[in-house]
Structures are given as C-alpha cells and as structure tokens.
Design a protein around this ligand. Structure first.
Ligand code: LER
Ligand code: MN
Length: 270
C-alpha cells in the first residue's frame, strides 16, 4: 500500500471564528496530540498570513516529526471577508495579496499546497461576473504559485456554504485550464453533492491534489456511513500519495475525534 499520511487541520486564528471543524487552542498541545496518536502531519488554516508566526509554526511541527500537509485559507474569508471573486476590486486585490503571501508561507513551511476553499467567495447574485473575477484572480495566482513550485488546490464546497463551484466536474474543468491548480477532495462535500464519493475518485484521478476527510455527517471518519476501506483503496489506485487531512467536527472532544479518525484510517495506510 502506498504511503498516504494522516494529518489534521489546526486553526491559526486572530480571534474567535466559530469554526468547529478544526483544532484550536494551544499549538504545542494540539501537535503533541497529533504526534502521539500517529499522525504524520498538520494542516494550518491561517486567518492572516501577514500576522502568523510562520517560523514557530514550522519549528513546532518539525520538532514533533510532523510535515505540513497544506496551508489552508478559509479563515481569512471568515475573518476579513476578502474573496478571490469579490465584486469590490480593492477587496479582491487584497485577497490576491493574501494568497501570494499564503504561497510564500507554504514555501517556507515546506508544504506544497495552498487551499482555495471558502475564500473563493460567493456569487452575490452575479454568478457570471463572480466566475469571471475568480478566473482572473486564478490567472495571477497560477503564475505566482507555479513559479514557486506550489499547487493551488481548489475545493468544491457544498451548496449550503457557497453557490460557486459545488460540483467536482466544474472544478475539474477550471483546474485543467491552469498549470498549478488541482482538486481538493473533501469527502464530506463530495457526499453531499455527488452521486458517489467512491466513483468520483477515479474520475478525478491524478487531478486530486489534496484530501480532507470527514464522515457523511462531518464527524470523524468511522462515525458515519462512509466505507473508508473503499475510499483509501480507490485513492491508492488513483495514484494519490499525499495526506488525508482530518477536518471534522471536534465532537465529543478533540481527542476522541482524532482517536476515532486514527483508529479508522491508520490501519488502512500501512
Ligand atoms: C474547508 O476546507 C471546508 O471544507 C469548508 O467546509 C469550511 O467551511
Ligand atoms: Mn474541507
């Protein structure tokens, strides 16, 4: 079985966000827990890449033998509201600046991936315009990221979170027109939007650039109805060699959520 590793998303916040699918609180304690439970990496969702102490984020992960699975960005949208499809040109320019800084951060952390999730924005009633602006933002970022060896992973999100790019077919079509853009498969969103998350995997094939894992109800893998053996097998068959990053509701506690994810997935990754 090829080497996929387990990671989990940790929130690097600049205040309370109410984001309940990521680890929060003290970084050393969160990373200790990951290392102890057999995780191989951490994904940092960074609210403000200009304010984050990137050196500390890198050092704390390295000290525990954890890789940085990805730099994710949704907290910037929840904190400041900037988006890559923003109708306000000043805000869109700021979002692009943020993403360039996220790319630099990923380089510094030795992570190859920057996530485009919530920060793609919402249509605000003008879908065509929003998609045009998003594509234009992607064009500048594509050049910036590919010049630095970073993959931008575009994440289809379910319809209750955004009305831009819910389906994987649409994301695939967009990704194919840029050098550095691949797909982030989040098993929760795929379960809500696609006929079958299992059949989706071979369709995406080598375009899968990163994976978020949560069960059908967004609890830890193993707490819902998804067949994880089938998912991991199909990912392996598709040639996926990256991280499975747990992004699940932290219920009943961080620790129990992570323990369940590890218990479900680690035996499949050996
Ligand atoms: C981000 O990775 C994600 O999956 C979203 O559901 C966050 O709101
Ligand atoms: Mn996700």
């Amino acid at each position: 079985m090829p080497s996929m590793k387990l990671s989990a998303v940790y929130a690097v916040t600049v205040g309370e966000t109410g984001f309940d699918i990521v680890l929060r609180g003290g970084l050393p304690e969160a990373l200790d827990m990951l290392a102890e439970l057999g995780f191989g990496g951490v994904e940092y969702n960074i609210a403000d890449p200009f304010k984050a102490d990137v050196k500390a984020l890198g050092r704390e992960a390295e000290e525990r033998g954890l890789g940085v699975a990805a730099v994710s960005t949704g907290l910037s949208y929840l904190t400041y509201g900037y988006s890559l499809s923003d109708g306000d040109e000043g805000s869109r320019a700021r979002a692009i600046e943020f993403f360039k800084r996220y790319v630099d951060t990923a380089v510094e952390l030795g992570s190859g991936r920057v996530v485009i999730g919530l920060a793609r924005g919402r249509s605000g009633g003008d879908r065509e315009g929003a998609m045009r602006r998003l594509r234009s933002s992607l064009e500048s970022l594509d050049e910036y990221a590919s010049g630095r060896g970073i993959t931008l992973v575009l994440e289809p999100l379910n319809r209750y979170e955004t009305d831009l790019i819910n389906r994987f077919g649409e994301a695939l079509e967009i990704a194919r027109s840029y050098r550095s853009v691949r797909i982030l498969l989040d098993t929760f969103h795929a379960t809500l939007e696609e006929r079958s998350v299992y059949d989706l995997i071979p369709r995406l094939g080598e375009m899968i650039g990163h994976v978020h894992v949560a069960d059908s109800n967004r609890l830890a893998p193993g707490m819902g109805i998804l067949d994880w053996e089938r998912i991991v097998f199909r990912l392996a068959k598709a040639g996926y060699r990256g991280y499975l990053s747990v992004e699940a509701r932290t219920e009943p506690s961080y620790r129990e959520m992570l323990e369940k994810a590890a218990e479900t997935l680690l035996p499949l990754l050996i």
